[in-house]
Design a protein around this ligand. Structure first.
Ligand code: ZN
Length: 151
């Protein structure tokens, strides 16, 4: 097992066991429900965006597999304090990375620790688990009241 695989496993286990920002947010300015029928991952993402379009707080609730939970947890940590525009760029980079269309090792990016999820591209059935929270976050920003599904 390579170093990055081992690190990936550790981070997934850690965030699955102790998900960060795992709570409802009664004062959320944006929220959205997301569902991945392939795996059964079912989450809600909450955002508190201020008048300058800065994400002051971000959290999630729900249930799902270890990958979806860890990905949601890492996303909340990564997006806190970011501007909406930046968050959309990061979503785009993350999404293309897990689909295998973007290689963060070769291009400048805003992914930081999120590059750990690059390995997911080897497992097509898990790509939606890793990207569910990100699609849901975008759904929240776009005020998709009906929620989103990965299908
Ligand atoms: Zn899943």
């Amino acid at each position: 097992m390579s170093y990055s695989n081992e690190l990936y496993q550790q981070v997934i286990l850690d965030h699955n066991r102790k998900p960060r920002n795992f709570r409802e947010m009664p004062n959320a300015t944006h929220f959205c429900h997301g569902f991945n029928p392939l795996c059964g991952d079912d989450i809600t993402v909450y955002l508190d965006v201020d008048k300058d379009n800065v994400i002051q707080d971000v959290s999630f609730t729900g249930s799902g597999c270890a990958i979806s939970k860890a990905s949601s947890s890492l996303m909340t940590v990564h997006l806190k304090g970011k501007k909406i525009e930046e968050s959309k760029v990061i979503f785009d980079e993350f999404h293309k990375m897990v689909l295998g269309e973007f290689d963060p090792g070769k291009s400048e990016n805003h992914l930081g620790k999120l590059t750990l999820f690059m390995g997911v591209r080897e497992f097509p059935s898990r790509i939606k688990c890793a990207s569910l929270s990100w699609h849901t976050m975008i759904g929240a920003l776009e005020k998709k009241a009906e929620g989103i599904t990965t299908e």
